[in-house]
Design a protein around this ligand. Sequence first.
Ligand SMILES: [Cu+2]
Length: 91
Amino acid sequence: MWQGWDRSPRPVPDPEERRSIMTTLMTTLAVSGMTCGHCVRAVTEAIHGIDASATVDVDLKAGTVSTDSALPADRLAQAIAAEGYEVKNAA
Ligand SMILES: [Cu+2]
């Protein structure tokens, strides 16, 4: 049955949904062996070496590296591994 065009406004994403949209734009890698600020810098520079404009967020406690780089996770993992850290998986 024809009900006419749906003109209802698009619902604004709730904060939970917005967060999941953000998450899809980020790549998070589980990296072991990072212990201090030196490691944070090494990993950050490793990613900047292949994607200079990437934002890199290292969480030492969680052992994760998050980046908004559009490069594939395995490329990022390779660069981090080349610095001597073990990349466990793309979390
Ligand atoms: Cu260190």
